[in-house]
Design a binder for this molecule. Structure first.
Ligand code: PAF
Length: 277
């Protein structure tokens, strides 16, 4: 496994010029969820490239950036074991020698759910992902469905910029108790960690009710099931058209429907989602 910190070194790597390069962008603090993306990429591509970079431009909260877990040595050991060919772990100065002032049109997908609560977040994601794509030049890139809105935005971005990259969404990985795996889970207090599986339990309850309840009834039930736990507080739970990410009113409003939730567990925000149809 080759580890690079400079983009010029990546550009001169011969293995990236042969066959299909698959790319898994990450912010490190790797867990089973990331490794499932890497595993899929390994199965489907000739060369597997992974980036590890905690991107400051996508953090709208300074404390979140400061506290974000950084475990580079452990990450590299996991990636080596997973059969990764190349890791790009640049410094901030390498990625942003100049401030990145680009503002992306994200088709309005950034104005709902996470958007208003995390101003500038998705523009920062677009900045770093487009930079990483132009450095690594992959044919395929793998993203987790846990960040459902991010995945929709990256698909939109690639299409609107005509980038020759296939975006592949990978299913959420969960702990045995149902909590969606996330690098931020290690930051939960024991009480919040014990409460957190209630989020997925509430989402499942919502899906079970779907046939006999209105969209509004499901929303209220899911929110209450989360908020009845004293350690959790729902920021939003929206049932949306998978394509536009706009809230639906009736189950017949869209062919594919997803329920997306953000929950505050003490200092930590957790997001999760589930397919309704
Ligand atoms: O999903 C993430 O970990 C990040 O948003 C990404 C895509 C690596 C960009 O920094």
């Amino acid at each position: 496994m080759q580890v690079f910190t400079k983009s010029a070194e990546i550009k001169n790597t011969p293995s990236l010029k042969k066959g299909i390069t698959g790319f898994v962008p990450t912010m490190g603090a790797l867990h089973e969820g990331h490794l499932s993306l890497v595993g899929k990429c390994r199965n489907e591509c000739d060369t597997v490239a992974v980036s590890i970079f905690v991107n400051p431009t996508q953090f709208n909260d300074k404390n979140d950036l400061k506290n974000y877990p950084r475990t580079l040595d452990a990450d590299l050991a996991l990636l080596e074991k997973a059969g990764v060919d190349l890791v790009f772990a640049p410094s901030e100065a390498e990625m942003y020698p100049e401030p990145d002032n680009r503002v992306f049109d994200l088709g309005g997908l950034d104005t709902v759910m996470e958007g208003p609560l995390r101003p500038g977040h998705f523009n920062g994601v677009a900045q770093v992902v487009t930079k990483l794509f132009s450095i690594v030049e992959p044919q395929r890139a793998y993203f987790g469905e846990k960040d459902f809105q991010q995945l929709a935005i990256i698909r939109y971005l690639v299409k609107s910029l005509d980038l020759p990259i296939e975006i592949i969404g990978c299913p959420i990985r969960r702990g045995e108790d149902g909590l969606a795996l996330s690098s931020r889970n290690v930051l939960l207090t024991p009480e919040h960690r014990a409460a957190a599986p209630q989020i997925y339990a509430a989402l499942c309850k919502g899906v079970e009710m779907m046939d006999k309840a209105s969209v509004n009834e499901v929303i209220n039930t899911v929110r209450n099931a989360i908020d009845n736990n004293p350690w959790l507080s729902t920021e939003y739970f929206e049932i949306v058209d998978t394509a536009s990410l706009r809230s639906i009113k009736q189950w017949s409003d869209a062919p594919h429907i997803q329920g997306c939730v953000a929950v505050r567990a003490g200092e930590i925000r957790l997001i999760d989602n589930i397919r309704f149809k």
